[in-house]
Design a protein around this ligand. Structure first.
Ligand SMILES: NC(=O)c1ccc[n+]([C@@H]2O[C@H](COP(=O)([O-])OP(=O)(O)OC[C@H]3O[C@@H](n4cnc5c(N)ncnc54)[C@H](OP(=O)(O)O)[C@@H]3O)[C@@H](O)[C@H]2O)c1
Length: 312
């Protein structure tokens, strides 16, 4: 179980840096050693909080950041060495380090995966000692399959949760065979899979769950995993019926992800220490039973599959 640091940067309503630091510290207290962030999460805010965490803690903390989304317009032609180098220099400053552990291309347009020169530029940045490893964050399974044809792509970050199951169909076996790491993002379907959301839940104006439900600002799949809100709430109620005693829905949903051995980590977001502690508790749970796995598969097939399976 790792930590996703989007929400502590912004786009999820109001955040308080002191509370975000407590959330980050709760992750390290629980044994987390890997954090996912991006240069655009609060335009450096998330990265700078992580730098502060690294100053305060002695534990080894591996940080994955992302580059590319500051391009405006966000087009394939922007993915050139000069721009990537500039983004990486900014992340190095924000994270207060001289070499980034892992840099992921941040959901670039599909065309970028057909431009080997982009990956050569990343190889050059590795040779220059600016980044240790690189990977990609993708929207679609096909992008993931194409990306791992480049031999130095070490990781793929992809949406994978009880409501987004297609990556397990073909991509996981391929990634495992090539020893490519998988970061399962949006593991709680933006909070839906915690079971706390209701039909009348309100979200702040600057929370993407308010302004991006239909992909108004970025890919619709990033908000509620792309599932229609009301349909998702019905599916959540069905999952609630199969929860084991003493296990929260968030923990169940995260443990479900860890049932797939190709997955290197899940990166749930969290703005509060209690959320983070609860989420990390998922790694201590016993494996889900065959009946529980089948129940989730059935709920996906009957309620969710038609809405998402062939879209990403
Ligand atoms: N394109 C990309 O590369 C991309 C896109 C999206 C995400 N990501 C990465 O993936 C990470 C995870 O995805 P995500 O943050 O979008 O979604 P998520 O992990 O599915 O949901 C996170 C949100 O759910 C709520 N939550 C978390 N734990 C909870 C708990 N135990 N109880 C109740 N509520 C809880 C919190 O929001 P509230 O408390 O406000 O409800 C939290 O911000 C991100 O942080 C980011 O690192 C990357």
């Amino acid at each position: 179980m790792s930590f996703g640091a989007w929400a502590i940067g912004g786009s999820w309503g109001n955040v308080d840096d002191a509370e975000s630091m407590r959330a980050l510290n709760a992750a390290i207290d629980a044994g987390v050693n890997f954090i996912d962030t991006a240069d655009v999460y609060g335009m450096g805010r998330s990265e700078r909080l992580i730098a502060q965490l690294k100053r305060e803690r002695k534990e080894t903390i591996v940080v994955a950041t992302k580059a590319g989304r500051r391009l405006s317009p966000h087009t394939p032609d922007g993915y050139i060495k000069q721009n990537l180098t500039a983004f990486i220099e900014d992340s190095l400053r924000n994270l207060a380090t001289d070499c980034l552990d892992l840099v992921q291309l941040h959901c670039p347009p599909t065309e970028v995966y057909y431009r080997p020169e982009v990956f050569s530029a990343l190889d050059d940045l590795v040779s220059a000692g600016k980044i240790r490893f690189y990977g990609v964050s993708v929207e679609k399974v096909e992008e993931a399959l194409k990306a791992i044809e480049f031999p130095n792509v070490q990781t793929v970050q992809i949406i994978f949760n009880c409501f987004r199951q297609r990556p397990a169909d073909r991509f996981f076996s391929e990634a495992k065979q090539r020893q490519v790491g998988i970061l399962a993002r949006v593991p709680l379907a933006s909070g839906l899979l915690t079971g706390k959301l209701r039909r009348d839940s309100q979200f702040a104006a600057d929370d993407h769950r308010n302004f991006n439900r239909h992909g108004e600002q970025f890919d619709a799949g990033e908000t509620f995993a792309g599932v229609d809100y009301d349909t998702a709430l019905e599916a959540v109620e069905e999952i609630r019926r199969v929860l084991p005693a003493g296990v929260s829905m968030a923990q169940f949903a995260l443990r479900w992800i860890l049932m797939f051995d190709a997955v290197s980590c899940a990166i749930p977001g969290g703005k509060r220490p209690e959320q983070v502690a609860e989420n990390c508790g998922a790694s201590d749970l016993p494996p889900l039973s065959r009946e529980q796995m089948e129940a989730v598969a059935k709920i996906y097939d009957s309620r969710v599959r038609a809405l998402v399976h062939q879209r990403w």
